[in-house]
Design a binder for this molecule. Structure first.
Ligand code: RIB
Ligand code: CA
Length: 327
């Protein structure tokens, strides 16, 4: 949708320097931090959201899809299509993440039923059809759940890789895990899919791994501000109240940092690396080994190594509180 001059001014860009919005598809498993990510995205004029695809992860595919539809309706953006994807990982069975995100995946918050129904296309067909309609390097995909849909897209339609401007992923860990001592949840849920995606040649990837995203926290002060700022903020605050992922510095909104890095790439600092996913072991399932050495200097994969927490929190509050784009 076009940006008005006022909208561009609101985000600190003068009309003359306003850039064309980034065309974005969000592949997700809502999920409380996924929900905050969608709220951030619909409040950001830098993004043109072409669609949301869902995958089984935090909760089952029916629930992640119902949550995505309900969130867009609650945010006044139910013109954005939602296409449902994989019910399970490529090879292994997995547990869901209800103990973190609640039984319904969004902290027990009841959303009004969405008027819009799920798209008739499978998520992989939806992704393929959108990419086919756009030219080279023209659509960004944010992958903030298990990578099953993305791996299937790359395997089924490799000729469309060139139309992906960038794949921004929340996943993997350069240190300890959050679902096992060695593995991060999204990668653990489908290790084979992650290996497929991380090793795809010619695909520009930015990776937000757990040791960075676990620091992308909101504390009670930020949550209270969000709650006071807008009905959207109030709804998200209710969800965050039910979010059982906690650190001494607050509750980490892993996925929201990935979206924030698309809205404002200067929020993060990255370095080239290669990543290997352990797909051969059960005890070390989905352990991810990073190589930042000289051999990875020309890697197509850029890994976040630092970010600005203050500016992340400021952006979150401003966009959750601000007008919904396309309203
Ligand atoms: O490890 C964090 C990831 O797992 C996030 O995407 C969160 O939504 C959960 O799915
Ligand atoms: Ca997620």
């Amino acid at each position: 949708m076009p940006n008005t001059e006022e909208q561009t001014r609101q985000v600190g860009l003068s009309p003359a320097t306003a850039v064309k919005p980034t065309r974005l598809i969000i592949d997700c498993d809502p999920g409380i931090d996924d929900a905050v990510s969608i709220a951030l995205a619909v409040g950001s004029p830098e993004l043109e959201i072409l669609g949301i695809t869902t995958v089984a992860g935090n909760v089952g595919i029916q629930e992640t899809t119902t949550n995505a539809l309900g969130l867009l309706a609650a945010f006044g953006r139910d013109e954005i299509p939602v296409a449902a994807g994989a019910h399970r990982g490529l090879v292994r069975t997995k547990a869901d993440h209800r103990f973190v995100h609640g039984e319904n995946g969004i902290g027990g918050v009841d959303l009004a039923p969405a008027r819009r129904t799920v798209n008739s296309e499978h998520a992989v067909d939806f992704l393929s059809n959108i990419l086919s309609r756009h030219g080279p390097r023209s659509v960004t995909i944010a992958a903030i759940g298990p990578l099953t849909n993305i791996a299937m897209l790359l395997a089924l339609r490799p000729e469309l890789i060139d139309n992906i401007e960038e794949l921004v992923i929340m996943g993997a860990t350069a240190g300890g895990g959050n679902i096992t001592p060695v593995a991060e949840y999204n990668t653990w849920a489908d290790p084979e899919a992650a290996q497929r995606v991380f090793t795809t040649v010619g695909l520009k990837i930015r990776l937000l791994e757990l040791q960075i995203t676990r620091r992308a926290t909101v504390d009670q002060g930020v949550v209270a501000t969000m709650r006071a700022e807008s009905p959207r903020g109030d709804l998200l605050a209710d969800m965050i109240d039910g979010y059982e992922d906690r650190t001494p510095d607050g509750q980490p909104l892993h996925d929201a940092l990935a979206i924030a890095a698309i809205v404002d790439p200067t929020l993060i600092e990255t370095r080239p690396a290669s990543v290997e996913v352990n797909t051969h072991s059960d005890s070390q399932r989905a352990e991810t080994v990073f190589d930042f050495g000289p051999a990875a200097a020309n890697s197509n994969l850029q890994v976040a190594v630092e970010f600005d927490l203050k500016r992340f929190r400021e952006l979150l509050i401003a966009r959750v509180a601000g007008p919904v784009q396309g309203e």
